[in-house]
Design a protein around this ligand. Structure first.
Ligand code: PSU
Ligand code: MN
Length: 317
């Protein structure tokens, strides 16, 4: 009987494939930041999505780390997509939105797919990457008490040791309920330079958080403490708010959201289509203003994540 060990599993034909830049960084012990592809394929409109995907990677490099954008090409799970692969996921029709439960099925069927926060976190942690930058997390949807629509992002983060740098949870969600679920699930939450939980498009999400961290070094110390203590395996959600003068005007935000929720109900949109539908509504009905804000959010998070990864990586001897 063959004994399947972790290392033999890693060499199977469906194993994670690493882009050359990420392989080199891993070999040389350089800091790496994981990036998701769902924001590229499903969260941002074409053609801006490809430009933004490249800007995110460049921002990570400019801040001292190597970007590892994660996604699936023809059934192959790739950590560190090459530029032409990102271009494919940004432009192709029929790119699947992959959460953790979809990964093996998508591989076996040879799919092209973009990974959500949940899938990207799980893959990054499996690849030994400790820091991940995104825009806003998924969470508990409004009306979740009847639809049960809660993002797999939350339950996955509960068992995935990674730092997720984000601007809170998307403001289209029930932010208070999401914070309660993060508490129940044992996910660490801190504000970066603030005790307020950010509200994605808007600076303030309306709730306090218990912990505030003030520097990349302090976040790196959280990673070290978690490893040293060996207690608890969940993620740290680090809420990095937009400065108030860069946020989407809160009145415009609230109006746009109310309209979006009405359209959602009118069109009967449910399930994994909800988030892309609402984001697309924001981007079209604010004439690009929410898009510009969304891009700023992601680039700021990419910069901070790179600084954290650099602070968490021991200097070469
Ligand atoms: N944040 C953004 N844009 C996005 C998303 C997050 O700024 O498109 C994506 C993330 O990939 C997240 C997903 O994991 O939306 C959540 O989708 P759902 O609510 O269906 O779980
Ligand atoms: Mn959902």
């Amino acid at each position: 009987m063959a004994i399947v060990t972790d290392s033999t599993r890693q060499m199977g034909r469906f194993a994670i494939r690493y882009g050359d830049h990420v392989s080199r960084a891993r070999r040389d012990g350089r800091p790496v930041v994981a990036l998701e592809s769902t924001i590229v394929s499903h969260g941002l409109p074409r053609p801006d999505n490809l430009r933004v995907a490249r800007e995110i990677e460049q921002t990570v490099r400019d801040n001292g780390a190597v970007p590892a954008t994660i996604g699936m090409i023809g059934g192959e799970l790739v950590v560190g997509l090459e530029d032409h692969q990102i271009e494919h996921l940004a432009g192709a029709d029929g790119v699947a939105k992959l959460s953790v439960r979809d990964l093996a099925v998508a591989a076996a069927t040879g799919a092209d797919g973009a990974t959500t926060v949940a899938a990207t976190s799980a893959i990054a942690a499996a690849a030994g990457i400790g820091v991940f930058a995104t825009g806003g997390l998924g969470g508990v949807h409004r009306e979740a008490n009847s639809t049960f629509d809660e993002s797999n992002d939350l339950t996955t983060l509960a068992r995935t040791p990674i730092v997720v740098v984000c601007a809170g949870v998307k403001s289209i969600l029930d932010v208070g309920a999401t914070l309660e679920r993060l508490e129940t699930l044992g996910v660490s939450v801190a504000g970066y330079g603030t005790h307020r939980f950010p509200g994605f498009f808007v600076t303030d999400g309306g709730f306090d958080v218990d912990w505030r961290l003030d520097s990349p070094k302090q976040v790196a110390d959280v990673i070290a403490a978690r490893a040293d203590q060996g207690v608890g395996a969940g993620a740290l959600v680090l809420g990095n708010p937009l400065p108030a003068d860069e946020q989407l005007d809160p009145a415009l935000h609230d109006r746009t959201l109310a309209e979006g929720l009405e359209l959602l109900a009118r069109d009967g949109v449910t399930g994994k289509a909800v988030t892309p539908f609402l984001l697309a509504h924001f981007h079209s009905s604010t004439e690009g203003r929410s898009l510009a804000v969304n891009v700023r959010i992601i680039l700021r998070n990419a910069a901070l994540a790179a600084q954290i990864a650099a602070a968490a990586t021991p200097a070469p001897a």
